[in-house]
Unconditional design. Structure first.
Length: 437
């Protein structure tokens, strides 16, 4: 029965190898390409079509200020007059130029409003980039977790297949029972089904990652060291860091208000609407049109009137009466109401992001506490319990169900440990999204 003890000894060291490199790949007989998290992020920033769309819209918005801040074009006029001879022939040529000059800074305000709108578009693109970064990281973490679960399930399936052989041997010599054989066979079948389900989940995660990266990433290998960096490992074991992270909520909220791109985008939009409303209020003030012309009368019944002449023109529009004035007042009111709506949306978004930050910090602290507890206390205890149960089972002091329960306890502890690591890294990615540029 030394084989039983040997199997339990191998299982006891499984947890110590939790930080080894994990291969995230499609279950095919092809060599996957090495691709770590930095490469995944770089490809996503380069290839993601939605990010390219945001960047194009930002570039387009940057061209609007020059259009709105410019005055109207000057007007050049050429006029030829020829009166028929029956009416005492008159021939006159006129050349004139005119320019409308605004009496307010409405055009400048419109251009500044467009600049704010362009800045808002830039922050919107950055906000999407941060969400994309978080989503790529979270999907990669889920891939690592799926592969760890597959690896653990396959190791345990091999272990249980050993149990089946041991129980068959014990049953053949009258020391075991058919029920023990059946229990171990059922457990093997359950693990086989679980591996199949996890591989299907892995395929779905790879498709999700491909949609984020913008290219096919089937057969990717991801390193644990890249996905679970040193600071995450330190958070997992350092109780002081865990407590400090919870106490830093106020300072992180201040960082969020300053750096969060969605809030910066909304602040710029509020400024843009305020400037647009101010520009619209001044659009109802009259503008001047100045003109200068030169005319030459080459033929006239009155010879003393022949020759060159100059003309000077002054025009003023009158947007102060009737429907014309109402048009400008309505536009100003519309923009003021849109500004109020944007301010309310900003406050709602601020509260929502504050809640998201608090949730991420709570998830971080909870996951770190759980991972530290399972790694340092529960998994070693479960390994020791399983070794003891193995020895007791060999000497017929416990039945197979007790041994199976000890095995399940260790397996469940490892699964919770891996899930805690994933939750820890995902929470950190969310905090980075909320508090950094």
């Amino acid at each position: 029965m030394n084989r039983v003890i040997h199997i339990f000894t191998l299982l006891a060291f499984t947890a110590s190898g939790a930080a080894a490199q994990t291969a995230v790949e499609m279950p095919k007989a092809e060599t996957p390409v090495q691709l770590g998290l930095p490469e995944l992020l770089a490809r996503a920033m380069q290839n993601n079509p939605s990010l390219r769309a945001y960047q194009s819209r930002t570039a387009a918005a940057s061209q609007v200020p020059a259009q709105l801040s410019a005055w109207s074009d000057p007007v050049l006029m050429l006029e030829l007059d020829q009166v028929p001879p029956a009416h005492n022939a008159v021939s006159m040529t006129t050349v004139a130029i005119s320019q409308t000059i605004p009496l307010t800074n409405a055009f400048a305000l419109a251009g500044e409003s467009a600049e704010r709108s362009a800045a808002a578009a830039g922050f919107e693109a950055e906000a999407f980039r941060k969400r994309l970064t978080r989503d790529v990281k979270a999907t990669a973490y889920q891939l690592v977790l799926a592969q760890k679960k597959i690896t653990l399930a396959e190791e345990n399936r091999l272990l249980l297949e050993g149990f089946v052989k041991i129980n068959l041997t014990r049953n053949s010599v009258g020391k075991g029972s058919q029920a023990e054989v059946l229990k171990s066979q059922v457990e093997v079948s359950r693990l086989t089904n679980e591996v199949f389900r996890l591989r299907q989940q892995q395929r779905a995660l790879l498709k999700t990652l491909a949609s984020l990266v913008g290219e096919n990433v089937a057969g990717v290998r991801v390193s644990d060291d890249e996905l679970m960096p040193a600071r995450t490992s330190r958070l997992m074991t350092d109780r002081t860091v865990i407590a400090t992270a919870a106490m830093m909520e106020d300072s992180l909220k201040a960082m969020m208000l300053e750096n969060q791109n969605e809030l910066r985008m909304m602040r710029e939009r509020i400024s843009s609407l305020r400037l647009a409303a101010e520009s619209a209020s001044k659009a109802g003030i009259p503008n001047l049109t100045l003109g200068l012309g030169y005319e030459y009368m080459s033929q006239t019944p009155y010879q003393d009137m022949a020759g060159p002449a100059f003309q000077y023109r002054l025009e003023i529009n009158l947007p102060l009466f009737g429907y014309s004035a109402a048009k400008y007042r309505a536009r100003t009111t519309e923009l003021s109401l849109l500004q109020q709506a944007a301010e309310a949306e900003y406050e709602s978004q601020r509260l929502m992001l504050s809640a998201a930050l608090a949730t991420a910090l709570a998830d971080l602290a909870s996951a770190a506490e759980t991972a530290a507890f399972y790694k340092t206390i529960l998994i070693p205890q479960a390994e020791s319990t399983l070794r003891s149960a193995g020895v007791a089972y060999e000497t017929a002091k416990v039945d197979f169900l007790t041994l199976l329960d000890a095995y399940r306890t260790l397996r469940e502890a490892k699964l919770i440990y891996f899930e805690s690591l994933t939750s820890l890294a995902t929470a950190q990615a969310e905090i980075d999204r909320l508090t950094t540029h």
